[in-house]
Design a protein around this ligand. Sequence first.
Ligand code: GSH
Length: 470
Amino acid sequence: DFHGIDEELVQKMVHDALVWSSLHGLVVGDKNVQRSGKVPGVGMVHAPFALLPVAFPENHFKLACEVAPIFNQLIDRVSLDGKFLQDSLSRTKKVDVFTSRLLDIHSKMLEMNKIEEIRLGLHRSDYMLDEQTKLLLQIELNTISCSFPGLSCLVSELHRSLLKHYGEYLGLDSKRIPSNNTVNRFAEALAKAWTEYNNPRAVVMVVVQPEEHNMYDQHLLCAALKEKYNVKAIRKTLAEIDAEGELLSDGTLSVAGQAIAVIYFRSGYAPTDYPSEAEWRARLLMEQSLAVKCPSISYHLAGTKKIQQELAQPNVLERFLDDKEDIAKLRKCFAGLWSLDDTDIINRAIERPDLFVMKPQREGGGNNIYGDDVKQNLKRLQRDGTEEDAAFILMQRIFPTVSSTFLVRNGICHKDRAVSELGVYGAYLRNKDKVIINDQCGYLMRTKVSSSNEGGVAAGFAVLDSIYLT
Ligand code: GSH
């Protein structure tokens, strides 16, 4: 624990960190300022961050990086099995309107025999290190709208810069913060997908929410794409795509007269992203087109919690992967996962709700059920005897090491007990039989107050962090 530092030093570091963040674009739109989610350059505030990187064992970090390409391949294989996706989600479909709409689009593509030749995945697999078992356990795998490929790199740089100045007082070495190049690796993957599409006049389209406070993270990625690869990106909301988009006779997606090579979703993962039929029409239009979708509807579905739970069942991984060692490595990362048709586990969870998390089929954070609410909800579902239980999965609760941390938010530093979650980014690009990229790309560390159950930075619960290898 390197946090027994004196107050004066902390204040100096906080000051330097706030200056560094402002100068280097470690910023988000300030929700208290009007138009800050709409117009760049208006109402910026530093992104919430931890003052110092969190200690993390090197062997576990390496393991998380090592399994990233295996997860990339798994998602690709699962996405090819339309029947597996439809069957596994068939009960969820009955009770979850959102998943049901996604499945409808997927069915239409199956009927059309739509083949996605160029497949681009920009994923992030999230883990927590369970203190007692010393196991690195997967929380979830995001296949759509993974946040912070840009800001995560900046936090690693911020911490390196602080340790260069203050490291000797703290007994810390800046070289122990692993390099983080996610932003460039993701830009490279988008650029290579654009090249595979092979229309020099076409552009990358970022699908954005009408109001986006995390826009600078997105702009960092698009700036790298422009500067390093000279590929242009435009930003469109789902409603704009519905109004301005058309499918040309050759299958090209054209939006406001621009041909689209790659569609990169930073919206469309939550029900609130589809307030009307217009947004669903836009999603279908994009899916029908020849543009490379990141993600395609089948990649999106392959990343759902229900599929995560199905993949953790005995002998399911074997259907999708060939290499025994790869399978064993993934399985070791799986926490206990159960569907709610398992009566034994339900009874166990009612007895010991503290050992479980109940998860609905939702992305973006802030939706999980913990503690006594697990018990109340399970009892209600048992009593009602409806199919509503299919909207949830149960997961083993993971207990990571709690350590004392300095969290900086809105220019103010708080000391608190906190836990951390490691995300490893992965990129996958394939054109027909040719795998062009399959790699890990960098990391995102997030830290949250240990008394809070929720984890997302975008949802306002956690701060951005980096790693100090031990
Ligand atoms: N629209 C925002 C963005 O594009 O950055 C948020 C997207 C979002 O919530 N992404 C989830 C995520 O990576 C995955 S679906 N959350 C991480 C966090 O907020 O800490």
